[in-house]
Ligand binder design. Structure first.
Ligand code: NAD
Length: 448
């Protein structure tokens, strides 16, 4: 049996519970599957889709990508699920209108998340959208409004909020064992060196490059699937091209900034200062023949909160090292009683200030591929739909964490500190406020 969106509405659930409250759980388990579409069939979209299919609660009804080769690869990868010839689409508007899916997974590059998420909600789908939620701050506010207006659940892919060791760190800090937490520092480092410009090439057959760029500026194409996309913009390389993403802080920083907001119970800072540059990667090059990426090779940001709490972020693409128990990534919570390093593959450790006390360590429980907790996040998403509650990584939380990363880039671009008024989502600085949104290209309209 196919479930329509109406099967999951609050009134159906209430009626079901009223009619037969005791067997409700069993009845819920016996219901049909959620009809799912995947929009953006790259690396992470396929991780989410396979997790959704493995849950046994979902069936795939269509794949959408502006690069046919990505759909071909997805179809191959899905052969183990006995899915033959799923319906294929290039245009997200068409797949959403025709399939009327219960759930849309949005795993495109960042600049596309807002328009696709909003259209999916408008067409009646609940949405699992990837982080960062958008490219500019006001897109995030529009996404929150759309989720509420259309009454849809929108889960953001910040899966660390449902990861077992992160939850135990949350409980440890909440219980007061770290004492008052006065500041925190998030970080990530990779090795790297000078960047050589890559030649501009014609977009390969099968890729609709104009559609890929969509509302963002149309750049010359470089890099390709054949070299794993590592060197160029697509696939996966867009993270370091500021037309489509916001560098490491918005790619990685959002995961860690989000956890600081969650664990310390905060929602927004009152000011931000950020600096960064490319002293190692070298100058940005962009001309008719060749181009480099344009994200900084290192960035430092400091956000201050009304109660005096300060959060620092630092990322580097040189001098990569695993200085925290083999980790190159994480957040350090500085409390009255010591330091807690919340990491990723190595779990977390608490280093007490009193050296007579023992170091406490907690191991992670992660899933392959890629050491993630999508399984838990997907289960939470389904439970949120069925129980008509907000998901763990609701779009508002994703927006708040994304906005912090974006305001850091804004400060770095302007070369000065900015104030932040979360109530009005503005800085009080005319030049900075202009950068909270951007002009869309061609037929696309900025979401309001
Ligand atoms: N939560 C996490 O831990 C995590 C991890 C990795 C990536 N991500 C996020 O997932 C998203 C995708 O990253 P990726 O590494 O899989 O990138 P990718 O390049 O492998 O995949 C993106 C796909 O989207 C397609 N696409 C572009 N525009 C489209 C459009 N308008 N309609 C349909 N498809 C379109 C591209 O052709 C590409 O196939 C990013 O936002 C990234 O930040 C999240």
């Amino acid at each position: 049996m196919e479930c329509t969106r109406r099967n999951f509405s609050r009134s159906s659930l209430v009626a079901a519970v009223a009619a037969q409250s005791a067997p409700f759980v069993l009845k819920a388990q016996g219901r049909g599957k959620f009809r799912v579409v995947l929009i953006g069939c790259g690396w992470w979209g396929m991780n989410i889709l396979t997790t959704a299919l493995q849950s046994g609660r979902c069936e795939l009804v269509g794949l959408c990508d502006v690069d046919e080769r990505m759909i071909d690869a997805a179809v191959d990868a899905l052969s183990g699920f006995n899915i033959k010839n799923p319906r294929r689409y290039r245009d997200f508007r068409e797949i959403l209108a025709k399939e009327k899916a219960d759930i849309a997974i949005v795993a495109t590059p960042d600049h596309w998340h807002p328009l696709i998420m909003i259209e999916a909600c408008r067409q009646g789908a609940h949405v699992y959208v990837e982080k960062p939620v958008g490219h500019t701050v006001h897109e995030g506010s529009a996404m929150v409004r759309a989720a509420r207006k259309y009454g849809r659940k929108v889960q953001v892919g910040t899966h660390r909020r449902v990861s077992s060791h992160n939850i135990r760190a949350y409980e440890f800090i909440k219980s007061g064992k770290l004492g008052k937490v006065a500041s925190a520092k998030c970080f990530i480092s990779y090795g790297g060196g000078a960047e050589k410009p890559k030649p501009n090439i014609d977009p390969p057959a099968g890729l609709d490059w104009d559609f890929w760029c969509g509302p963002a500026p149309l750049r010359h194409f470089c890099g390709d699937i054949d070299n794993g996309g590592r060197g160029g913009i697509h696939p996966r390389g867009f993270r370091n091209y500021l037309d489509y993403a916001n560098g490491t802080i918005a790619d990685w920083g959002i995961h860690w900034v989000d956890q600081v907001l969650w664990i310390t119970g905060r929602t927004a800072p009152v000011s931000c200062h950020s600096v960064g540059g490319r002293p190692v990667r070298g100058p940005v090059i962009y001309n008719d023949r060749e181009q480099t990426s344009d994200a900084p090779d290192h960035q430092i940001a400091v956000w201050s909160f009304a109660d005096g709490f300060n959060l620092t972020w630092e990322n580097r693409r040189f001098a990569g090292n695993n200085h925290m128990k083999g980790e190159n990534v994480g957040v350090l919570f500085y409390g009255e009683r010591g330091v807690l390093h919340l990491g990723w593959r190595h779990g977390w450790s608490f280093y007490p200030s009193n050296t007579k006390h023992e170091i406490i360590s907690v191991a992670p429980q992660l899933h392959e591929p890629d050491n993630q907790n999508i399984k838990e996040l997907w289960a939470d998403f389904i439970a949120a739909i069925e129980n008509d509650r907000l998901p763990a990584c609701d779009i508002l939380k994703g927006h708040q964490a994304t906005a912090m990363c974006l305001m850091a880039n804004l400060s770095m671009k302007l070369g000065r500190s900015i104030r932040w008024d979360a109530a009005t989502e503005s800085t009080g600085d005319v030049e900075a406020d202009k950068l909270l949104k951007r002009k869309y290209r061609g037929e696309w309209s900025y979401p309001v």
